[in-house]
Ligand binder design. Structure first.
Ligand code: NI
Ligand code: MN
Length: 227
């Protein structure tokens, strides 16, 4: 499984000829290294309805005739708009051609921002994505919660993407505990330094992981990691 970071919470994940994008916030993302037109994927996965996660999902899904997989309310909205969509909910797992997705809990909001309005975006989620026998835990936007222990105990996680930005999500101290509980093969920080409000030192986070005997890796936008 090859994971490429594109800033904020956006990753492209590739394995066995399949490619998916998670939370494709590219337009308006100061850290994004690519534009939505250059994204060629089989599926678009969304953790929740906030604008900094939905981003260019609709345009990318339409341009690629890609399947949009999201929490029920968000997937249903795009489905009504004619986008190929698949709705899921917490705890549910489904196997697609590209791999298996399971939605996990996330403690956050999920207002779905559109037309200068905020609609109900359902429950915010994290994603367990398994492709080619390797599993990514993309925590979405979330606070620390002790059921993260279950996520790591029930499923071997090869790579975990955890938010460290604070204010809207876990900060680095809580993310360190999350990393211990998930005990992934490698932990990648996300959701930081996009805006001043979520400025953090990712290398300090990696050093703190190493003190705990855990492996971490900072990905610059455009950088990849293979697990
Ligand atoms: Ni959010
Ligand atoms: Mn966010």
């Amino acid at each position: 499984m090859k994971l490429t970071y594109h800033g904020h919470a956006c990753f492209v994940v590739q394995d066995g000829g399949y490619s998916v994008v998670i939370d494709p916030f590219l337009t308006g993302n100061p850290l994004a290294d690519i534009n939505p037109e250059s994204v060629h994927v089989d599926a678009v996965l969304l953790s929740h309805g906030h604008g900094d996660h939905v981003g260019d999902a609709e345009a990318i899904a339409r341009a690629n005739n890609a399947l949009l997989v999201a929490p029920y309310e968000v997937a249903s909205y795009f489905g009504k708009m004619g986008v190929r969509s698949h709705a899921m909910a917490h705890g549910g797992k489904h196997t697609f051609e590209f791999g298996t997705v399971k939605l996990t809990l996330a403690f956050h909001g999920s207002g779905f921002e559109m037309d200068n309005d905020i609609r109900n975006g359902g429950n915010p989620s994290g994603l367990l994505l398994t492709m080619g026998g390797k599993t990514l835990y993309h925590a979405g936007d979330t606070a620390l919660f002790s059921d993260m222990k279950l996520i790591g105990d029930l499923q071997r996680v090869d790579v975990a993407a955890l938010p460290i930005g604070d204010n809207f999500t876990m900060g680095p101290e809580d993310a360190l505990l999350a990393a211990e509980w998930v005990h992934a093969g490698v932990t990648v920080p996300m959701h930081y330094n996009t805006f001043d409000l979520i400025r953090q030192d990712p290398q300090a986070f990696i050093q703190a992981l190493e003190v705990k005997g855990l492996r971490g890796s900072v990905l610059q936008p455009g950088e990849s990691l293979t697990v």
